[in-house]
Design a protein around this ligand. Structure first.
Ligand code: NAD
Length: 488
């Protein structure tokens, strides 16, 4: 007999308690060795004045069990309530969001009966860092942060997942034809890490054509790894293509903690009426059982669930021509329990193994290399200036250039407008003014010091130039660490 694994459970809002009860009843009947610690998160916690929706005691439980089975919660409208999911993901470092999207045709109607795709979405970075600023009257900014540790962690996870689950191909999707540095890093690290997994096929798609292919020929794909925003979008596209978003479960994996949940929300429209389908949460719980190394129980539950679906035992959301018995949440749970130990006849049965993709049993996900030699070779100064022409601004700033830093280029929304801009280019009140370090003596270039930048800023301040921010232009081991202007 296995030792019981403590898990933290949140019963959630709306249909949450009903689907959690059904799920836990099935796990218990299947012999899952779990010790449940229940916490309160969600609507009641928000409305008690806690804008994060989670209490200190709940954090303690999560940090002690490190495994979280979470029912959907209701985020109250307005009032500055923070998304609990984003808070939990970031606070606990849940860097990988894993969402299997599988068709269950003909029992769940879909145009893509052979679809079986797993989306591995980077879960902490990208535009979701939440670093946003209004910089001028006209311009708002959101910073897109992609890091090498973040890329290495998600790539290793995706390839380890593929291996552990007998998957043959990993597809990376980015937009690195446009975002050459950020998405370029994601793609580069994909290439680097994939070299350690010669048994797994790899390919890369630009996200736009990749999404189009996924939506029209999902059977082409196996595991997809992609940055946060694209992953957010394509994982809903993929789940919808399977025929029902109500069947999807997902895992949020971190180096210390993992969270498992259905992909749907709290469905207040059907709450308390024994109508909800518990399948999404149950399939998330199956992923949890694999994660806590109870693979045999996971297989037993999953096979019984497949058997119930193909036996035509369906909740209202799945009701169709293959429905033989229409049941509620409780009845569906009982149907799965009644089939524990049985194998599906139509679908392939599953047989999970205790192959561990949890980081604790692997090589470190990221080893920090020695720092590169970093040199500042210039500075971009962002300026707020309404109703000026590029030539006027260039004249003003050129005159303010210092011996160490000289105006080289001005762009507006990234497009070069000086020198040699086009009158057709629309300009906002937000200008990026690039000053480059100047050669001194026999040197071919000048490394810019903080002192040089301060001197330049003082010259601008003396003429009341409205500086928004500066961004240093660096080289790393001699390699340019900044993009050129469009048209430069
Ligand atoms: P929803 O997913 O709750 O519901 C969308 C539709 O799908 C509804 O018609 C609902 O009845 C149906 N549906 C959802 N799950 C079902 C199930 N298991 N069985 C049968 N039918 C099901 O999305 P929504 O209505 O946009 O959101 C409701 C609330 O859920 C909101 O407060 C939202 O913030 C929250 N939400 C929470 C999570 C989460 O906790 N992870 C995720 C998404 C939405």
């Amino acid at each position: 007999m296995l030792d019981k694994t403590p898990i933290t459970v949140a019963r959630g809002d709306g249909i949450g308690p009903e689907i959690m009860d059904a799920t836990l009843r099935i796990l218990q009947a299947a012999g899952a060795q779990i010790d449940v610690e229940t916490i309160d998160v969600g609507e009641a916690v928000y409305l008690s004045g806690n804008s994060a929706g989670i209490t200190a005691a709940a954090w303690d439980s999560l940090r002690s069990t490190k495994v979280f089975l979470k029912a959907p919660i209701t985020t109250p409208q307005g009032g500055g309530y923070k998304s609990l999911n984003v808070t939990i993901r970031k606070t606990l470092g849940l860097y990988a969001n894993v969402r299997p999207c599988v068709a269950y045709a003909p029992f769940v109607p879909t145009h893509f009966p052979k679809m079986d795709v797993v989306i591995v979405r980077e879960n902490e970075e990208d535009l979701y860092a939440g670093i946003e600023h209004r910089q001028t009257d006209e311009v708002f900014q959101c910073l897109k942060l992609i890091t090498r540790p973040g890329c290495e962690k998600i790539m290793r996870y995706a390839f380890e997942y593929a291996r552990a689950h007998g998957r043959r191909k990993v597809t990376c999707m980015t937009k690195d034809n446009i975002m050459k540095m950020t998405d370029g890093l994601f793609h580069k690290v994909f290439d680097e890490i994939s070299a350690h997994y010669p048994d797994i096929k790899v390919e890369h798609y630009i996200i736009d054509i990749g999404t189009a292919r996924l939506a029209t020929r999902p059977e082409l794909f196996d595991v997809i790894v992609t940055p946060n925003l694209y992953g957010d979008i394509i994982s809903d596209v993929a789940a919808e293509l399977t025929g029902s978003i109500g069947l999807g479960g997902s895992a949020n994996i971190g180096e210390h903690v993992a969270m498992f949940e259905a992909i749907h929300g709290s469905a207040p429209d059907i709450a308390g009426r024994d109508l909800a389908n518990p399948s999404g949460l149950l399939l998330a719980a199956v992923m949890m059982l694999v994660h806590i190394r109870q693979a045999d129980v996971a297989s037993k539950v999953h096979n019984a669930w497949l058997r119930a679906i193909e036996d035509g035992v369906h909740t209202a959301d799945l009701a169709g021509e293959h429905t033989l018995q229409r049941v509620g949440t409780v009845g569906f749970g009982a149907a799965v329990v009644a089939r524990l130990g049985q194998k599906p006849q139509h679908f392939n049965s599953v047989a999970y193994e205790n192959a561990d993709v949890a980081p604790k049993n692997r090589a470190p996900l990221y080893v920090r290399p020695p720092p590169a030699k970093k040199e500042v070779v210039g500075v971009d100064i962002f300026v707020h200036a309404p109703d000026v022409s590029p030539d006027y601004l260039a004249g003003l700033l050129s005159a303010l250039s210092t011996p160490a830093c000289k105006l080289q280029m001005i762009t507006n929304r990234g497009v070069k407008v000086w020198p040699g801009g086009f009158p057709e280019t629309f300009c906002t009140d937000h200008w990026r003014c690039r000053f480059m370090g100047q050669p001194v003596g026999a040197e071919t270039r000048h490394v810019v010091s903080n002192h040089d930048i301060v001197e330049l800023m003082q010259a601008l301040a003396a003429k009341n130039v409205d500086v928004i921010k500066t961004e240093n232009l660096c080289t790393f081991d001699g390699e340019r660490g900044f993009a050129l202007g469009q048209g430069q």
